[in-house]
Design a protein around this ligand. Structure first.
Ligand code: SF4
Length: 97
């Protein structure tokens, strides 16, 4: 399947940040609800190694939907996340709150 399928609305570059951006409370409770985070707040993303996770924590996007800078982990687990190709997120761009 092509990354540029019709359900991609935004192509958002992933950038490096010096300090990891914390997940907001909503994202945390969503992650806990789907079993991707334990009660202590430790992330358990399926298919993501600790090394990858460490790298993902130092990446961010300027999200066009939430209109703010978000950590890449939050973007990765977002329902709008379609794929990541060559340092760019293919975002479905659906309105989210
Ligand atoms: S996938 Fe979600 S967090 Fe990432 S850019 Fe799109 S709306 Fe923003």
């Amino acid at each position: 399947m092509s990354a540029e399928s019709t359900d991609t609305k935004f192509i958002v570059p992933v950038k490096g940040v010096e300090k990891s951006i914390k997940l907001d409370e909503k994202a945390k409770s969503e992650l806990q609800a789907i079993g991707m985070m334990d009660e202590k707040g430790k992330l358990k993303l399926k298919g993501v190694s600790p090394k990858m996770l460490k790298r993902m924590k130092l990446e961010a996007v300027d999200c066009p939907v939430f209109k703010k800078e978000l950590g890449f982990v939050q973007c990765y687990v977002c329902s709008n996340f379609h794929s990541r190709v060559m340092g760019k997120v293919y975002c479905k761009g659906e309105p989210l709150s």
